[in-house]
Ligand binder design. Structure first.
Ligand SMILES: *Cc1c(COP(=O)(O)O)cnc(C)c1O
Length: 430
């Protein structure tokens, strides 16, 4: 009897041991399969494509737009002024001039600064082409400034050497939503009599030394494209504390027509208006401003969510030697339109593009922000920029990838992104 018990127990132990070994093997196989790159036939890290950014539009937004459509003004109506005032108030600026895009806002800023043929404007090199195109629209000359390796923002130590007697302005870009070094740029601008234009297309809601972005530079530009921090479909705004710039931008936005003239003449000859400068039609509609007003109420929440996603990534990627996120400076809050990682190529056997394609196969809608502007064929072939300008920008371009970062990302989405990046980094570990 006792013998039987012992034999049975031994049998159970052996059986359990065998089963555990089997489980371990199954787990290891599952782990191997899980770590197999999607481009090599493994399961993609994300079930469905996770875009790098996207808009958050809810029923309240839709209702506000519908309400506007039932009212008399579809454009040049009360919602435009209301939206301008609301944004200006939010960013602590005296004036807001709404327009059709940030590109239009940049154009208005360059025109308001009085840039014309022969004038030079220093522009951050790692940006969307619109930042420097705006200078070209007014016949100005673009001078690219190189970037700082840790933040990818304009390197303020290199700006001064680019200033010549023809320099009129600086256009600095708050890349990812992280404000540029405004203290240094303002100091340089004041000393050389330059206009400081901040392309804050990524940075509405960000702060610098505790002050809102939009309240500091001479003129600041925001974008309301759907991928940005808040949206009006297409749309943008110029904000400034300078009344003369605001007035010029307003006129420029609407054909160069003098609105005061119309007011002055309204009594005597109501049909008269005067076009006293060459302008454009860059007006934002009331329909779009209805959406903008509804979105603005949620902007703090959108930014908080983006910051939470970014903070989670920061904590996780601190464990991965080959993945170096863009550094956040202590005196700013980053609005995190983008979350950019820089690859330590010395620790990998692949280049950025191979890494990038592998992430796309994992169902991440990764992107690259940005190719140095002078690499575009228009800048290279038509304007004659040498490939050698801005070496740091070029070096960093070969290493950067923008990961998904937007308000409605779920925890599973975020874990999928981290898993995908780790999987690819492991597969190409040197
Ligand atoms: C998006 C963007 C622009 C242009 O914005 P639009 O509203 O699409 O014209 C300009 N500069 C930067 C840095 C941007 O990211």
């Amino acid at each position: 009897m006792r013998w039987v018990v012992v034999a049975t127990s031994a049998g159970i132990v052996a059986c359990a041991y065998g089963y555990m070994r089997h489980l371990k093997k199954v787990k290891a196989a599952a782990r191997r399969a899980e770590m197999m790159l999607a481009e090599k036939g493994g399961p993609p890290a994300a079930e469905k494509l996770i875009p790098y950014s996207k808009q958050s539009v809810d029923e309240e937004d839709i209702a506000e737009v519908a309400k506007c459509l039932r009212e008399p003004f579809l454009t040049t109506g009360p919602r435009v002024t209301k939206f301008e005032q609301a944004v200006a108030e939010y960013v602590h600026a005296a004036h807001g001039v709404a327009c059709t895009s940030a590109t239009a806002a940049l154009h208005m800023a360059v025109a308001a600064a009085g840039i014309s043929a022969g004038d030079e404007v220093i522009v951050s090199n790692m940006t969307f082409a619109a930042s420097s195109n705006a200078v070209l629209y007014e016949g100005g000359t673009v001078v690219f400034a190189d970037i700082d390796e840790a933040t990818l923002n304009i390197d303020v130590t290199k700006v001064e050497s680019l200033i010549t007697p023809r320099t009129k302005a600086i256009i600095a870009v708050d890349l990812c939503g992280q404000p540029v070094n405004l203290t240094a740029l303002l100091e340089i601008s004041r000393r050389h009599g330059l206009v400081l234009i901040e392309d804050a297309s990524h940075a509405i809601g960000a702060t610098y030394d505790g002050k809102m972005i939009g309240s500091i530079a001479d003129m600041t530009v925001f974008s309301f494209h759907p991928v940005k921090n808040m949206t009006t479909g297409e749309g943008g705004m110029l904000v400034t504390n300078n009344e003369a710039y605001a007035a010029k931008a307003r006129s420029f936005r609407s054909h160069g027509i003098d609105l005061d003239f119309r007011k002055r003449q309204a009594q005597a000859v109501p049909h008269r208006y005067d076009m006293n400068a060459l302008g454009y039609n860059y007006r934002l509609t009331d329909i779009q401003c209805a959406l903008g007003l509804a979105q603005l109420k949620k902007l703090d929440f959108f930014i908080k969510r983006r910051q939470e996603v970014a903070a989670f990534y920061d904590r996780e990627f601190a464990k991965d030697a080959a993945i170096v996120p863009v550094v956040d400076l202590p005196n700013v809050t980053n609005a995190h339109h983008l979350y950019v990682i820089c690859l330590r190529l010395d620790l990998l056997t692949c280049d950025r593009d191979v890494f990038f394609k592998a992430l796309r196969a994992e169902n991440l809608g990764v992107n690259v922000h940005y190719m140095p502007v002078h690499y575009h064929s228009y800048y290279r072939d038509v304007l004659g920029f040498a490939s050698t300008v801005c070496p740091t920008s070029c070096k960093m371009y070969d290493r950067i990838i923008s990961l998904p970062c937007f308000p409605q990302m779920t925890e599973v989405d975020q874990l999928d992104v981290i898993h995908a990046v780790r999987k690819v980094a492991a597969a190409y570990k040197r």
